[in-house]
Design a binder for this molecule. Structure first.
Ligand SMILES: NC(=O)c1ccc[n+]([C@@H]2O[C@H](COP(=O)([O-])OP(=O)(O)OC[C@H]3O[C@@H](n4cnc5c(N)ncnc54)[C@H](OP(=O)(O)O)[C@@H]3O)[C@@H](O)[C@H]2O)c1
Length: 293
């Protein structure tokens, strides 16, 4: 099958490119500022703020599957510049969805747990979103737009982690592990909670759903809900680093523009429909230790 990965130069997008090549697909991917060459795939430059160029690309390539990972992932950027963020995080998905609808392609859109704000209890796909920052609102608009493609899968994920390549955005685990390995303090917010998601589970689960007849929204998160201090201490313990380097701070100290979500998403639906186990932080860190090179 021909697959178009929008945002293939990104942390998650590049993993999709690799996984689809490994499955024998023909892959086209886009990049914006990071013009990386992914061997075996065709890279094309794209400015997602140019709505029509996305439609032209999808129509020209005619993929059977479009995987849309494009976003400006900084929640604070979205609060500071919501107009640019709207073009990148919402309108670009609308363009992809309209074009996917026209050519009859399946669309996979990567969304976020930030479509929920601060909530108690375990949230399922039936719960009503209530974002509290521009990033959450804009990704929710992206979700609505993705539904224009009748054959769509929307994956809400959270704090994706795993090993990253040089030049790519480092994940929470890599950033803090490297700090502790240098003997530096790892300052982490005690009031930020997540369902950290192992990229080695997210990508196969997304691919399984893309290859199924399933459509709709999925909570594509790992099986732990914890704060950044607990998470960072687990990293220290797993990799034999000094736990006392983990320094809790309150996010108020950072004076950031965007409010953070605090929500625990149920991953039962994605586990059932994809057949992929979404690992706990402990299980994933053990796997990362084994696979470090
Ligand atoms: N990482 C997480 O923890 C997480 C959590 C929840 C949801 N998500 C969602 O998952 C998706 C992928 O995230 P990620 O962490 O892989 O992000 P990332 O590494 O920053 O990748 C983002 C991708 O979007 C592209 N992009 C950004 N601005 C663009 C523009 N103006 N025009 C064209 N392309 C543009 C980037 O291209 P260049 O790099 O070439 O500029 C890159 O390929 C996003 O939709 C994000 O909202 C991620």
């Amino acid at each position: 099958m021909k697959v178009l990965v929008l945002g293939g130069s990104g942390m998650l997008g590049s993993r999709f490119v690799e996984s689809r090549l490994a499955a024998g697909d023909s892959v086209v991917y886009t990049y914006n500022k990071n013009s990386i060459a992914l061997k075996g795939a065709k890279g094309v430059p794209l400015n997602a703020e140019d709505y029509d160029s996305i439609i032209r690309l999808v129509e020209a390539e005619k993929p059977g599957l479009v995987i849309d990972t494009i976003a400006h992932p900084s929640v604070d950027f979205c609060d500071k510049d919501p107009i640019s963020a709207y073009k990148i995080n919402s309108a670009s998905c609308e363009a992809a969805a309209i074009a996917a609808r026209k050519i009859g392609a399946k669309l996979v859109y990567i969304s976020t747990a930030f479509v929920f704000g601060i909530r108690e209890g375990l949230l399922t796909e039936e719960d009503t979103p209530n974002p509290i920052c521009a990033y959450g609102y804009l990704k929710l608009l992206g979700e609505e737009a993705a539904k224009i493609a009748p054959d769509h899968v929307i994956l809400r994920t959270d704090q994706v982690f795993g090993w990253t390549r040089p030049g790519q955005k480092k994940t929470f685990v890599v950033t803090n592990l490297e700090k502790m390995e240098r003997g530096e303090e790892a300052e982490v917010c005690e009031d930020w909670f997540n369902c950290p998601t192992y990229v080695e589970d997210l990508v196969p689960a997304a691919n399984a759903l893309a290859g199924s007849g399933k459509t709709g929204i999925y909570h594509a998160v790992g099986s732990s809900f914890l704060n950044r201090v607990e998470w960072c201490k687990m990293i220290a313990r797993e990799f034999g680093e000094d736990e006392s380097l983990v320094t809790p701070i309150n996010s108020a100290k950072l004076n950031l523009p965007a409010k953070r979500s605090k929500c625990n998403l149920s991953n039962q639906k994605i586990i059932r429909d994809s057949g992929v186990k979404m690992r706990t932080v402990g299980e994933a860190l053990k796997d990362m230790k084994k696979t470090r090179n």
